[in-house]
Write a new protein. Structure first.
Length: 177
């Protein structure tokens, strides 16, 4: 029977802006080992639709893969911040859009093999452009709008490949929105 493992030690190795790295010494019966754990803040992703039911997406350079991605509005939930408040903030900052019609459609664990955080997904309907972008100092984001069918086509072609976006598409298809 699978049980939660006992933690014998949890040692901080490195602190960065994006994550904190720990070594966890754990055991389950005869099994014992050291495991890498990245403690990260929770994230949000927003599937934002304008009044014409066009999906508002962002295009940006991602350092991890050294390439440009197309993805949903997304960002970090600040410490103590409500997830919906973070979603509204990120939509406004990254695109200049706002909405009064929000629905939470689910949560996924980002990568539970070694990360401790979750990503919550929201749908924002009837989004309106209310301001210019208000990007972080090191962000460059282009905005594009696509129909959901066009987004699916870009997934099939491999042009859209961000795993959290793909997970969100799955949650979106399971919702009744």
């Amino acid at each position: 029977m699978i049980r939660k493992w006992k933690t014998n030690s949890y040692t901080n190795i490195l602190n960065t802006f994006v994550f904190n790295y720990f070594k966890a010494e754990r055991e389950s019966g005869e099994l014992k080992g050291q495991f890498d754990v990245l403690e990260c803040r929770n994230w949000i992703n927003v599937f934002a639709f304008d009044s014409s039911n066009q999906l508002i997406l962002v295009k940006q350079y991602r350092h991890g893969i050294d390439d440009i991605t197309i993805e949903a509005v997304a960002g970090v939930v600040e410490k103590g911040e409500d997830h919906l408040v973070a979603a509204k903030r990120e939509l406004l900052e990254e695109t200049g859009h706002s909405s009064d019609n929000w629905t939470h459609i689910g949560r996924v664990s980002a990568n539970p093999a070694f990360m401790n955080n979750y990503c919550d997904y929201y749908v924002a309907r009837d989004c309106l452009k209310v301001s210019e972008q208000n990007l972080d100092a090191l962000e460059e984001i282009d905005i594009l709008t696509l129909s959901l069918e066009e987004a699916h086509s870009k997934v099939r072609s491999g042009e859209i490949h961000h795993s959290l976006f793909l997970a969100g598409l799955g949650l979106l298809s399971l919702s009744s929105l």
